[in-house]
Design a protein around this ligand. Structure first.
Ligand code: CO
Length: 465
């Protein structure tokens, strides 16, 4: 039995899950050199929501953050999360953008790219996989874990095999909602280890209180790598604690070989910042406990709180059980998509409307139309033909890869933002988040020149004095 490897998530998913991705680089930098001596398999430090949050809220250039990580992590691999054709955004982008984004990520320091698609439609992952292969990054493909009739062990094994055939260097079970139960995890890991030759990694969340147990059962079942977070930013909606998992395995056949005392030093560093986040309210005790509703309804915690809010806004707080039953029915109608962003919101909103209007599909939001039309990709099962007819009003769904309809975008985008361009990477920031990036460029220029264009008064054609 080989050693279990650890991926530390405190620089990405842990703070994305607990404090809305608001940890600035300045809070990370003082500890990076010490983290580089630990011997993690990798540090997950970039991608996911960190890109948007850095530009939008922290006024940091995410590319510069990545280059800074690379300066400090001389011995440790840098890992990022990549939403397939959605890159780090929420829409499908054309292939030229996906390819350029992968290239710039690798050029600036990324070693391992974890690629997933929210519908598990591998066509939406192919361009990113091929680009990562071209740029010699480690390609990790993630299956987005969900529950449902279609999601059998065989389904997961077939999906993982497909990913391996497409070029995956490792497979990750990505349980973003914390739905995995320990003994299910054991079965799944055993089956996947039998199905693919490449290493298997487990990424789960503590939301339902199961994660340490699931990680342990995964390890006993032969998982190669597990994701954990330094304890001040572990548990709750984040990952299990690194020091705890490492200590639990010490002296066993699964020993990680990492030094618990050094890991405790890392934890001690992050502790005052955690206290500060608790005091300011940035870290809420609400995300730190066990979400029993996740256990009860087996839907992601975030989706459930959205439903509760939608219903109470509509003065129908007592309809939650009806809506949850309708969620299951709508999900079946829509081909049983995984309940993750964006499909979780779409299914949830449609179910709420079906219940509140008293008639199923009387009102159909645009997003429901797009999902049924196939604009996000293919669902695991066909959409119910009756429902499809009703929603698409006779149009037929698309059967090709959604991004096939998109024209190249980079050249045109570069023209639009040229005056602000300081590096090629700026064009990519702009394509993904046009308004947010433009605000950031103006801010950056103001910092450099002392002239803040955001204060330009259009009616007086002047800057404030
Ligand atoms: Co996660």
């Amino acid at each position: 039995m080989s050693k279990v490897k650890i991926v530390e998530t405190v620089l990405r998913d842990a703070h994305q899950s607990l404090i809305a991705t608001r940890m600035p680089y300045s809070e990370m930098e003082p500890i990076l050199d010490k983290m580089d001596t630990i011997g993690y398999h990798a540090v997950e430090c970039w991608g996911g929501a960190t890109f948007d949050a850095a530009l939008r809220f922290l006024k940091e250039d995410p590319w510069e953050r990545l280059r800074n990580f690379k300066k400090h992590f001389k011995n440790t691999k840098l890992q990022m999360l990549f939403r397939g054709q959605n890159i780090l955004g929420y829409n499908n982008y054309p292939d030229d953008v996906v390819e350029a984004f992968v290239r710039k990520s690798v050029e600036n320091g990324i070693d391992i790219i974890r690629i997933f698609d929210c519908l598990n439609d591998v066509r939406n992952m192919k361009t990113a996989i091929d680009a990562a292969k071209r740029d010699k990054a480690h390609i990790q493909c993630a299956v987005s874990y969900t529950l449902g009739e279609a999601y059998t062990i065989d389904y997961w094994c077939d999906l993982a095999k497909k990913m391996e055939d497409m070029g995956a260097d490792s497979i990750c079970i990505k349980d973003m909602a914390g739905l995995l139960l320990p003994y299910e995890t054991e079965k799944l890991v055993k089956a996947l280890k039998g199905a693919v030759k490449v290493p298997v990694e487990l990424h789960t969340h503590y939301t339902s209180g199961m994660a340490s147990m699931s990680v342990l059962k995964a390890i006993e079942a032969g998982v190669d790598i597990v994701d954990t977070a330094s304890s001040p930013f572990a548990l709750g909606t984040s990952q299990p604690a690194t020091e705890v998992i490492v200590k639990a395995l010490e002296g066993t056949e699964y020993d990680t070989g990492l030094d618990t005392n050094k890991l405790i030093e890392i934890a001690k560093y992050f502790k005052p910042y955690r206290e500060q986040c608790l005091e300011s309210g940035l870290l809420s005790t609400k995300v730190l406990g066990v979400n029993v509703d996740t256990l009860k309804y087996q839907v992601p915690g975030g989706m459930l709180s959205n439903l509760v809010k939608q219903l109470s806004d509509a003065g129908a707080g007592n309809k939650l059980d009806d809506v949850l039953a309708e969620v299951a029915a709508v999900r079946k109608d829509f081909g049983e998509p995984p309940l993750v962003t964006p499909s979780s919101q779409i299914v949830g909103t449609q179910a709420t409307m079906n219940v509140l209007t008293g008639e199923r599909y009387k009102m159909v939001p645009k997003e429901s139309y797009k999902l049924v039309k196939g604009e996000f990709g293919q669902s695991v099962r066909p959409v119910d033909p009756e429902i499809s007819k009703k929603i698409l009003k006779g149009e037929s769904p698309i059967t090709h890869r959604p991004a096939d309809d998109l024209k190249p975008r980079l050249k045109e985008a570069e023209k639009e933002m040229e005056v602000y361009k300081k590096q090629d990477e700026d064009v990519l920031s702009y394509v993904l988040f046009p308004e947010v990036a433009m605000e950031f460029f103006k801010y950056r220029k103001a910092m450099e020149t002392g002239v803040d264009e955001r204060l330009y008064d259009k009616s007086n054609k002047a800057y404030p004095v």
